[in-house]
Design a binder for this molecule. Structure first.
Ligand code: ADP
Ligand code: MG
Length: 355
């Protein structure tokens, strides 16, 4: 499987929009990478640059050991599944899957045989004669995938491939695509704005915001050691509190909260004593305490969510903080108005960022 390197990719549209800015990504052969970020952050633009539909303003795209910037899309060996599938409506499923092969001069018999093999693989072997509109959304999705794989791409690009599918079908397709990706050992980039999809499908996740790469790492690095406030709040959930740095040592800092009380937190970016900071606390990293640590508040809402229970804490600075606990053996719901103290389960589980 071929590697993919994006070397300082920047793209400015003619309108002046800076869609992506100085993106460096180093994807190993056979890896599956998720490009994760909110709508408009530049994900599709980046895919189109890799596929060759857009010529980037600056930087290089390297596939294997070759800089491919001078090659048109059909010579990059890149397969792409577009956001809306983009099947040809008047071509049969067979012809859709064989389209890229026809464009490369492969004869009809060989084309049909390959289309049949791929349709069997995505479990649509008996639907070759149908038209796209005679298939369900999930089936069309699988045809688009078969079509992308037909040209034996070195790199597979998937643009929000499951966004239009309902929740159960989406989970099935995620498992199916990951299985096919592993079987084929094909280097894959999947674009998504869904953090669970990114964390569950990808070997590594690239988080984008406003055209910038915020962080590139394994799902657990992204979730457990977010390097920016954006990553901490966009991936998973995080309570935010205001505070002031009281003291720092090697990697941890002691923070005085505006809500009263103190906590010890991890500081990925340099902060100094008396800096104003934002403290991020994940709901599942908080616990009720009786030793005077953490901060005080009172119970607001109690939400029994089945496997977990979430309590809202109204802190003294007016902020609303959520704490989530596994609900083993009937963890009791606490009554609104009950005074409580809350602290992180361990010092490194809170994170501070400069304001
Ligand atoms: P995403 O796929 O993450 O939602 P896009 O890559 O589609 O984001 O868009 C990134 C930014 O570039 C957005 O601000 C969008 O409006 C802008 N943009 C996308 N395509 C064009 C275009 N063809 N011309 C001008 N601006 C564009
Ligand atoms: Mg997009």
């Amino acid at each position: 499987a071929k590697s993919l390197v994006l070397d300082r990719i920047t793209h400015r549209f003619a309108s002046g929009t800076m869609a992506v800015s100085d993106i460096n990504l180093d994807v190993k052969g056979g890896e599956i990478i998720a490009l994760l970020g909110p709508s408009g952050c530049g994900k599709t633009t980046l895919l189109r640059i890799i596929a060759g539909f857009i010529g980037q303003s600056e930087g290089r795209v390297i596939i294997g050991n070759n800089v491919v910037d001078a090659l048109p899309p059909n010579r990059r060996a890149v397969g792409i599944v577009f956001q809306n599938y983009a099947l040809f409506p008047h071509l049969s499923i067979n012809e859709n899957v064989g389209y890229g092969l026809a464009a490369r001069g492969v004869g009809q018999a060989a084309r049909n045989a390959e289309a049949q093999r791929l349709l069997d693989m995505v479990q649509l072997g008996q639907f070759g004669e149908r038209l796209p509109r005679q298939l369900s959304g999930g089936q069309q999705q699988r045809v688009a995938l078969a079509r992308a794989l037909a040209i034996k791409p070195s790199i597979l690009l998937l643009d929000e491939p499951f966004a239009a599918l309902d929740k159960n079908l989406r989970l099935d397709m995620q498992i199916e695509v990951k299985r096919l990706q592993r079987m084929a050992g094909i280097t894959t980039l999947i674009v998504t704005h869904d953090q669970e999809e990114a964390l569950s499908m990808a070997d590594r996740v690239a988080v984008l915001s406003h055209g910038h790469l915020e962080q590139f790492g394994t799902p657990s690095e992204i979730y457990d050691q977010p390097q920016t406030l954006f990553v901490n709040t966009f991936v998973g959930t995080a309570n935010k509190m205001k505070g002031v740095v009281l003291a720092t040592d090697a990697s941890n800092v002691r923070v005085g909260l505006e809500a009263g009380g103190e906590i010890i937190a991890r500081a990925p970016k340099t902060v100094r004593a008396s800096d104003e900071v934002t403290v991020c606390l994940r709901p599942e990293h908080l616990t009720f305490v009786s030793d005077g640590s953490g901060f005080a508040g009172e119970i607001g809402m109690a939400l029994p969510l089945g496997a977990t229970v979430v309590h809202e804490i109204k802190a003294k600075d007016g902020s609303s903080i959520k704490i989530s606990q596994a609900r083993t053996g009937g963890t009791p719901l606490r009554e609104a108005g009950t005074p409580v103290r809350v602290a992180p389960l361990a010092p490194g589980l809170a994170t501070v960022f400069p304001q």
